[in-house]
Design a protein around this ligand. Structure first.
Ligand SMILES: *Cc1c(COP(=O)(O)O)cnc(C)c1O
Length: 431
């Protein structure tokens, strides 16, 4: 495979952009090698700067649920662009998207548009703090909520009551207000509440973890979280930036039949344009400026191109609920095929999947939280990643990411992926 143009672009990029990329995981640091620079994409396929074609399992990290360059989205964006790219004043498109989302998600009474998932989660905890007049938040180890200071906190062992920053630049003052719990472990959550009964403003989580690989909630876990938040007067925030409109039309809330107080969205709602949103119960959302005192603003928020793209995609999803059934069937086919490929050569593996989110961990142990995810054999993943890349299959370049299927994937694409996994497993067994 010739990737000389990508290599040359990466050389240039590194001179002028930190690490040569505008978001770290793109740099391939976790898998080694040189990142590929993309030129265009269509449906389930990416085309790089050297003209190589790949079956894409990133889907721009989620937005491309119906494939790249989905014609209704492209049409809508073109039409909007001709009328100007931004007004700095309200538009009908914003009203229409807010109406559509609040219609699809019944417990979201009001919603505010922002420009990224990071902004959405930052704003949601500000609302929770302003509403409850409390300072602390609970988050889970391994859950990602964007790069806001309060969320860049990791646990060391024994750090369950006091977070330490995992990035320089996050102050100790900020870190002390973020408490860490373990996903799928209600006891760690309960003990944080009991130690801080009157000071926890919000509990935020990915209802299905997707940023340490795909990890579904165990039965009863989300219910337990919901009732603890009720018991202690804490705002429950579902970060559905990844799961919203992906695991079902109404996201994880609908799939598990749990109502959060606030929900954050991103990725799919912008159909690939930069959008985030946070919404929830009326009494909570009414504290947001200008209806209330909690300040949050954005020069480009509700941008007309982004709103038209989101409207086109969500309208299509609402009108065609079969999409979710088809996605589930395709993802199941892939899951079964991968099991067979790895089993044929005795390769240790665990596959976690919910709908069109799927991850392969190279360990036989169940992966239920950030600690068990670490059991995956990272070296095996690196080899797997590069083997598949060579065969024209583009996986997320990290052992700790969910893959995202789109409905543009064909069974032939999936079978090619399974076949490449089979040849990988054979090679690994005999190496
Ligand atoms: C991607 C992601 C974010 C951050 O969104 P950005 O648009 O990258 O700022 C937040 N939460 C979750 C669950 C995500 O997957």
């Amino acid at each position: 495979m010739n990737t000389l143009n990508s290599a040359a672009l990466f050389e240039r990029a590194q001179q002028f952009i930190p690490g040569g990329v505008n978001s770290p995981v793109r740099a391939f640091k976790a898998v080694g090698g040189t990142p590929l620079f993309m030129e265009k994409a269509e449906g389930a396929y990416l085309f790089d700067a050297d003209g190589n074609q790949y079956i894409d399992y990133i889907g721009s990290w989620g937005p491309m649920l119906l494939g790249h360059a989905f014609p209704p989205v492209i049409e809508a964006v073109k039409k909007a662009a001709e009328k100007s790219t931004s007004f700095g004043a309200p538009t009908k498109l914003e009203v229409e998207l807010a109406e559509l989302i609040t219609d699809i998600v019944p417990n979201v009474d009001k919603i505010r548009m922002v420009n990224s998932g990071t902004e959405a989660t930052m704003s949601a905890i500000r609302v929770a703090r302003g509403f409850t007049k409390r300072d602390k938040i609970i988050k889970f180890e391994g859950h990602y909520h964007g790069h806001g200071d309060s969320f860049l906190i990791k646990a060391g062992s024994g750090a369950l009551t006091l977070g330490t920053p995992s990035s320089p630049g996050v102050t100790a003052g900020t870190a002390k207000d973020t408490l860490l719990a373990k996903f799928n472990n209600l006891e760690t959550v309960r003990s944080l509440f009991e130690a801080n009964p009157d000071s926890i403003a919000a509990l935020i989580l990915e209802p299905i973890a997707g940023n340490v690989g795909c990890i579904p909630p165990q039965p009863g876990f989300l219910e337990g979280i919901r009732s603890l938040c009720d018991e202690f007067g804490t705002v429950l925030i579902f970060d559905e930036v990844m799961t919203g409109f992906r695991v079902s039309l109404g996201g994880a809330q609908q799939l598990f039949n749990i109502k959060a107080d606030l929900v954050t969205y991103g990725k799919i709602i912008g159909a690939g344009l930069p959008v985030g949103a946070y919404g929830g119960r009326e009494e909570l959302m009414n504290v947001v400026a200008p209806s209330g005192p909690v300040y949050q603003a954005g020069t480009l928020s509700g941008n007309p191109l982004a709103m038209s793209a989101g409207l086109a995609l969500l309208t299509e999803l609402k009108n065609n609920p079969m999409v979710y059934y088809e996605l589930d069937q395709k993802s199941w086919h892939l899951e079964q095929g991968l099991h067979k490929a790895f089993d044929a050569y005795g390769i240790e593996h665990t596959i976690n999947r919910i709908g069109s989110m799927i991850s392969v961990f190279f360990t036989n142990e169940a992966v239920i939280d950030a600690d068990s995810a670490q059991k995956t054999n990272v070296d095996t993943f690196k080899t797997y990643f590069h083997h598949l890349l060579n065969e024209g299959v583009y996986l997320p370049p990290s052992a700790f990411e969910s893959w995202f299927l789109s409905n543009a994937h064909t069974y032939e694409d999936l079978d090619k992926t399974i076949y490449a996994s089979h040849t990988f497993a054979a090679k690994l067994k005999h190496s």
